[in-house]
Design a protein around this ligand. Structure first.
Ligand SMILES: [Zn+2]
Ligand SMILES: [Zn+2]
Length: 187
């Protein structure tokens, strides 16, 4: 027998793909389920915020506060600070302006303290309208001391806001002329 050309055979793959192992498949499936669950929860929290807004307009303040509180918990859990801050603003304004009783006042003070801790550094500590220093962490003692937080995180006396808003469009005295999210604390 002479030396012939070696037959050209396709090389066998060194690492043939392993058959999918059950654990990998199950991890992949649970990963997909986890992502779908996270999406569903975020959508649910978003719907809760809308529902809270409807309750708010209907002056069902207790129900609105509960819905804001529940959605706040979700946004805090997932670390969505912007959405959490908006819920907290609404909740704090509701607790301070619409709900009554010592418990609501204490809740308002606690919400306000959390908001102030979460504000961007350098945010002013003076009323956005009259520039008087604010003491937002202290529980408010009377109607004159009531504070309103705007969506832009500027804070001002409720009485100052009411006087200002009589002559201006809804917005913020400090941010004007930029349009801002109006305070949802007052439907
Ligand atoms: Zn003021
Ligand atoms: Zn502002």
């Amino acid at each position: 027998m002479g030396v012939g050309k070696p037959a050209l055979l396709a090389p066998a793959p060194l690492h043939p793909p392993p058959p999918p192992c059950e654990q990998v498949v199950s991890l992949h499936e649970s990963g997909k389920r986890g992502a779908a669950l996270a999406t569903a929860i975020m959508e649910h929290a978003g719907s809760l915020v809308s529902l809270a807004g409807v309750y708010h307009v209907l002056k069902r303040h207790e129900a609105a506060a509960e819905a804001y509180g529940k959605s706040l918990a979700v946004f805090e859990l997932v670390g969505d600070e912007e959405k959490a801050a908006k819920c907290l603003i609404n909740l704090a304004n509701l607790q301070e302006l619409q709900l009554t009783g010592d418990a609501a006042r204490a809740d308002a003070a606690a919400s306000r303290a959390r908001l102030y801790a979460a504000r961007p550094s350098g945010a002013p500590d003076a009323c956005a309208a009259c520039a008087a220093p604010l003491a937002p962490l202290a529980p408010t003692s009377g109607d004159d001391d009531r504070l309103l937080l705007l969506g832009c995180l500027h804070c001002l006396h409720l009485r100052c806001y009411e006087a200002w808003s009589e002559e201006h469009d809804v917005g913020c005295p400090a941010c004007k002329p930029q349009p801002t999210t109006p305070a949802d604390g007052r439907p």
